[in-house]
Design a protein around this ligand. Structure first.
Ligand SMILES: [Ca+2]
Ligand SMILES: [Ca+2]
Ligand SMILES: [Ca+2]
Length: 117
């Protein structure tokens, strides 16, 4: 099976919480429940952001504040890692990581209302 395009989907499926479909912005119900912390039925940008910040912390196994290729494991392909590593230094800072996942949120949020249903 081809991996989903969204980095967020890859990250989330990696940590067994969300497997979003690249073709559809819809999240699986169980996964949405995990992200929808205020249980209002939608995943707001703020909920996604908080979740991704904690995902960054969880992925940063050696706690040096950045993600290197070994920490990303199978989450990102080489090409995706390179694309996310904006300054090309071989590791992902929290800023680089968040820029990427928030861009994914924006592309998944097709109607631009700041929420994923
Ligand atoms: Ca919510
Ligand atoms: Ca690290
Ligand atoms: Ca970098």
């Amino acid at each position: 099976m081809k991996k989903a395009v969204l980095v967020a989907a890859l990250l989330l499926s990696q940590i067994s919480i969300v497997h979003a479909q690249a073709q559809s912005a819809a999240l699986h119900q169980g996964h949405k429940d995990a992200l929808d912390t205020n249980k209002n039925g939608t995943v707001e940008r703020s909920e996604y952001q908080v979740y991704m910040q904690s995902a960054f912390t969880n992925l940063d196994k050696n706690k040096d504040g950045k993600l290197d290729k070994s920490e990303m494991g199978s989450v990102l392909t080489e090409a995706q890692f390179t694309a996310t590593d904006a300054n090309g230094n071989g590791s992902l800072s929290q800023t680089e990581f968040m820029n990427r996942v928030m861009a994914d949120f924006a592309s998944a949020d097709q109607d631009g209302d700041g929420k994923l249903q």
